[in-house]
Write a protein that binds this ligand. Structure first.
Ligand code: PLP
Length: 302
């Protein structure tokens, strides 16, 4: 069965729910905040990782490839989603994992193996070469004619899937104006939203330190300079996957206040940035901001 055919019968929660947050601060500042619940799309094909994979699967099939190969760390949400997608859509999958093979696989990697993924561990120095043509040729020699997806799933085929978020929110808000805010790891999600012809204003929150270079990556994916992109670089809490007590407490309080799970690596930094900016009157009264709940809860619960 073709990918497109299977997609039409896949049990996914799309359009994902758009949920308004209510709090005294939001009322006081007259700012409307909605969470786009991409974390609820599917138990395994969750969040932006599914949005980014969708058109990659279609393209892989179009190219006649039966194996998908990609890259990630040991807790990668992308590797998790890729393994699940491979199983559901009948692709073989290979995960090139950063670091030495651990004695015991963590839950993310165990899940991947259970979905049928083959893991290949490479040391950190080698992993850094993951986009070099020499390394990619070596991987093709070893694994055959595979469809290679970059780390995080962020390539040109990731864009249309992420742009569908804009389509959905436009419908859900019935034509009201809004901006979108998202966590930025590799920039593919932000680029995809910016690629939509509606040119919605996008606020990106970098989850790693010194992330200015990602602006170029986003521009490269878009093949043009994004018009309405604001990139916040100072909400990384010390770097990728770094946390502190303030952030951990924010994540806990958020769950208490709104009853919604977020995690400290992406969505916690995003929401903490959003609330900080609201407190500082960054947004005009009357603005509507749609924050993307990009998922990622699988890596946090373990
Ligand atoms: C990967 C990821 C992101 C970052 O998306 P990019 O497209 O890499 O910028 C945000 N949130 C979650 C939960 C993720 O897993």
């Amino acid at each position: 069965m073709s990918v497109v055919h299977q997609l039409s019968s896949l049990d996914v929660n799309l359009p994902s729910p758009l949920q308004q947050l209510e709090s005294p601060l939001l009322s006081e500042k007259a700012v409307r905040v909605f969470l786009k619940r991409d974390d609820l799309i599917h138990p395994y094909l969750s969040g932006n990782k599914w949005r980014k994979l969708k058109y990659n699967l279609i393209e892989a099939e179009r190219q006649g490839k039966d194996t998908l190969l990609s890259f990630g760390g040991a807790y990668s949400n992308h590797i998790h989603a890729l393994a699940a997608a491979g199983k559901i859509f009948n692709f073989k999958t290979i995960g090139i994992i950063r670091g030495d093979e651990p004695r015991d696989l963590n839950e993310t990697l165990r899940f991947a193996v259970n979905q049928g993924m083959t893991l290949q561990f490479v040391d950190r120095a080698r992993y850094r070469e993951k986009t070099s043509s020499e390394f990619l040729t070596e991987l093709r020699n070893k694994h055959g004619d595979v469809f290679i997806i970059p780390e995080g799933g962020s390539n040109q085929f990731a864009l249309p899937g992420c742009a569908e978020v804009v389509e959905e929110v436009q419908q859900q808000l019935g034509g009201q104006t809004f901006s979108i805010m998202t966590a930025v790891g590799s920039g593919g999600t932000a680029a995809g939203i910016l690629s939509h012809s509606a040119k919605i204003p996008v606020y990106g929150v970098a989850v790693l330190k010194g992330a200015g270079f990602l602006l170029e990556d986003i521009q490269r994916l878009l093949t043009e300079k994004p018009e309405k992109f604001t990139f916040f670089l100072d909400y990384h809490f010390g770097g990728y996957a770094k946390t502190n007590e303030v952030l951990i407490n924010f994540v806990k309080d958020f769950k208490q206040q709104f009853g919604i799970d977020i995690e400290p690596i992406y969505t916690g930094k995003l929401m903490s940035a959003l609330f900080d900016l609201i407190e500082k009157d960054y947004f005009e009264p009357g603005s509507t901001i749609v924050a993307l709940h990009t998922g990622g809860l699988q890596g946090y619960k373990q």
